[in-house]
Design a protein around this ligand. Structure first.
Ligand code: NAD
Ligand code: DAU
Length: 363
């Protein structure tokens, strides 16, 4: 890296993966980088996720909607941005089934606004782009649809076949990034990652929801037969991959990110119960809650994708990335983090979360 400070514009940096990314980047690069975190703070955005960096002189927070082209354009005008890392999105499949419109707005229109503002700021008069500018669009393996057969995997060349409004909106955003790369040679990459878990994950998603419910002796709601398969990756491995793709990946390429860690949902829930039993001391009253009878089969998610599984061969061969945290270790680290951040969980599950939970699981 040159001695000049490099400026990152991170969207959605107050969410789960974005906040882990910002923490990782300051730990890795220290004062050599400046990060502008652009986030409108939806229910999923929480400045409490950024306590460790909020006083860093090279960290700037802007409460901005990615669909607001004037506000986003003003940030590109104010700062000489070198890297955009675009996380901001509506990210929960169940919410997209109930209320798809916001997914189209944020994920499709918002991505378009980000691309267009970056293009305007980075484009030279002759249509080429300023040197060493890069945009990374963070996407999902769900754009590839659902795998039915064991032993089949999602590759970068797998045709898109999204099923939920969430995955369709992410596919739309990926297509817009591809269009900018193909039409304008806009300097970008796309990453498509499998399911993440780890610190700061909002408890609407499977793993934090099950940890939180189990500790309170609440039912553990399993959709359908519990045999849907997801390919779980510790969030620290994902954010490392994003940085490696941006620095070592070939421009205009897509990289799939995943750790060959496929598990049925019911297996995940059983591992969580076992790990909690193992980690809680006998003196902890919550240990008495941890009964298998908490597991409750409920109505299936509409259009529920059966299985996701990433082939991470390309990122390994070209970028040299491999996951470092295996599931057994990652789930213990995650549970330990939740033990140490009870106030965080209490804070994010107050207010609107209760309404969401009642509508989703108790009506
Ligand atoms: P998240 O829901 O935890 O966080 C999303 C963040 O985006 C929040 O801070 C929210 O306030 C912000 N945001 C939403 N709408 C915005 C808008 N209009 N303007 C500005 N900010 C806005 O999401 P996450 O789980 O951290 O996922 C981040 C990205 O990674 C998403 O693009 C998602 O599709 C992708 N992804 C997630 C996973 C996963 O397992 N969580 C896996 C692969 C890819
Ligand atoms: O694959 C990457 C995707 O992973 C990301 O793009 C999404 O942003 C992220 O939310 C995640 O999507 P999933 O739908 O796979 O994750 P979720 O945690 O919502 O559900 C995981 C599995 O667990 C899924 O098969 C549904 C099931 N499930 C989920 C919840 C919340 C249950 O059985 N019960 C539940 O209460």
């Amino acid at each position: 890296m040159s001695t000049q400070i490099r400026t990152y514009l991170v969207t959605g940096g107050a969410g789960f993966i974005g906040s882990n990314y910002i923490g990782y980047m300051f730990e890795k690069y220290g004062d050599a980088i400046r990060i502008i975190n652009l986030d409108v703070l939806t229910y999923a955005g929480n400045l409490g996720n950024l306590k460790d960096v909020e006083h860093n002189k090279n960290y700037i927070f802007k409460k901005v909607d990615i669909c607001d082209r004037d506000a986003v354009g003003a940030i590109f005008a104010e700062y000489d941005i070198d890297r955009v890392v675009h996380f901001a999105a509506e990210s929960h499949v169940d919410r997209s089934i109930k209320d798809p419109e916001i997914f189209v707005r944020t994920n499709v229109l918002g991505t378009f606004v980000m691309l267009n503002c970056a293009k305007q700021a980075w484009e030279n008069a002759d249509g080429s782009f300023k040197a060493d500018k890069r945009f990374l669009h963070v996407s999902t393996d769900e754009v590839y649809g659902s795998l039915e057969e064991e032993g089949t995997y999602f590759y970068e060349h797998t045709p898109y076949d999204p099923h939920s409004p969430y995955s369709a909106s992410k596919a739309g955003s990926d297509m817009m990034v591809k269009a900018y790369m193909d039409t304008y040679r806009f300097p970008a990459n796309i990453t498509n990652c499998s399911n993440n878990y780890g610190p700061f994950q909002f408890p609407e998603k499977l793993i934090p929801l099950m940890i939180n419910n189990a500790l309170q002796g609440k039912k553990l709601p399993v959709y359908g037969d519990g045999k849907n398969v997801r390919d779980w990756l510790y969030v620290g491995d994902h954010v490392k991959a994003i940085d490696m793709v941006q620095e070592k990946g070939r421009l205009f390429e897509t990289y799939n990110i995943g750790g060959h860690n496929e598990k049925e949902n019911i297996e995940i829930i059983q591992i969580i119960l076992e790990t909690l039993r193992d980690m809680l001391p006998d003196s902890d009253v919550r240990k008495a809650h941890l009964k298998d009878e908490l597991i409750t089969y409920v109505e299936d998610r509409k259009g529920h994708d059966r299985r996701y599984a990433i082939a991470p061969d390309k990122i390994k061969a070209e970028v040299g990335w491999e996951p470092e945290i295996m599931f057994k270790e990652g789930i213990r680290k995650t549970i330990q983090w939740f033990f140490e951040h009870e106030d965080w969980m209490a804070n994010v599950t107050s207010g609107d979360y209760q309404k969401y939970y009642t509508e989703m699981y108790e009506k």
